[in-house]
Design a protein around this ligand. Structure first.
Ligand code: SF4
Length: 329
């Protein structure tokens, strides 16, 4: 399977009044053709900033994106011109966000907004774009497509709006869909429908998905490959079955233990003790050491590198040596 995108050593830092915040710190990963890769972690771990950095959406803020390369086909997204990146965005790589209401323009009809990428990227005539937009509304499971085409965003429910965002994202046949917490703001039943639809569209079109979520239920449903981030770094990654069966990093183990089980009482729910460290106060160490039951002296003094274990899973933790397969915790 070929790689759709290869990210090497990506970093994003923000200048703040209190100092420099490294939101993403030396992250490398790849997404293969037709694969779903999930980036998982708590709020503030850098997963959304990673996605935005790939598409140049941090530019214009106080953020600075650097890295060795972000290879997409024969182009390096860190080095293409802003106009070429605009062409790639929404056409070859599409993105959907958590809050569809804030992503759509409230003063334009759904139809106008669906036609825009078709006219801009595929140079469709107004008539062809209209027909395709109506077809797409039906494809994402919304009845009365012509009526919805003429509606404004405030006339639709959250679930319908997210379907429209997905229709817009896939309208130009992207190779990669980046979905940032696409179901977080929706009811559980609607979440399941949206995930089913994303899977169907992926199978139909062969596109790859980079899915950002804090929800391990979504990861279990969707992922082929999982990347766990903590404080701007990748701390573990691997095939979904392996990672769920044998999580190596104490943070991944804590995340999986925090997942509610049917019939479990609220007081029995596990939560990882402590908080994500202040990004302005990070020292050379394992950034999880304050919260880790296995913390050793070296963890407070030296940062563990991401090592590949036997079987291919990668982990950044001093408990493991490369090619070691013992589990801990
Ligand atoms: Fe825990 Fe040390 Fe591993 Fe960090 S490096 S997760 S503190 S054992």
């Amino acid at each position: 399977m070929s790689n759709v995108i290869e990210v090497d050593n990506l970093s994003t830092r923000f200048e703040t009044e209190d100092g420099v915040v490294k939101a993403v710190d030396g992250v490398s990963f790849r997404v293969r053709s037709g694969e779903t890769v999930c980036i998982v972690g708590e709020s503030g771990c850098g997963k959304s900033v990673t996605a935005m950095s790939l598409l140049g959406l941090v530019e214009g803020t106080s953020g600075l994106v650097t890295g060795d390369r972000v290879a997409f086909g024969d182009r390096d997204l860190l080095r293409v011109s802003p106009s070429e990146l605009r062409t790639i965005r929404g056409h070859e790589i599409a993105m959907i966000f958590q809050e569809p209401m804030t992503s759509l323009n409230p003063v334009l009809t759904i139809g106008e907004q669906l036609m825009e990428p078709l006219r801009e990227h595929l140079r469709m005539s107004r008539k062809a774009a209209r027909a395709r937009a109506i077809e797409l509304i039906g494809r994402v499971g919304i009845p009365r497509a012509e009526q919805i085409f003429a509606s404004y965003p405030h006339e639709l429910s959250g679930g319908m709006l997210q379907r429209i965002m997905i229709a817009m994202a896939v309208s130009c046949g992207p190779q990669l869909l980046i979905a940032d917490e696409p179901t977080t703001a929706l009811d559980v039943t609607i979440q399941a429908q949206i995930l089913d639809m994303l899977r169907e569209l992926k199978d139909e079109t062969g596109m790859s998905i980079l899915l950002i979520t804090h929800d391990l239920g979504v990861v279990a449903e969707m992922a082929d490959y999982v990347i766990v981030m903590y404080s701007g770094k990748i701390v573990e990654e691997g095939e979904v079955s392996e990672l769920f069966e044998r999580p190596r990093h104490p943070y991944t183990q804590g995340l999986l233990r925090s997942k509610p089980v049917l019939g479990q009482r609220a007081e029995e729910l596990y939560s990882i003790p402590g908080q994500v460290p202040d990004p302005l106060e990070l020292t050379p160490s394992c950034y999880f050491h304050d919260r880790c039951a296995h913390c050793m002296d070296i963890c407070t003094r030296r940062e563990p590198e991401l090592k590949t274990l036997a079987g291919g899973q990668k982990v950044a933790c001093w408990l493991y040596e490369p090619a070691e397969v013992e589990t801990h915790g």
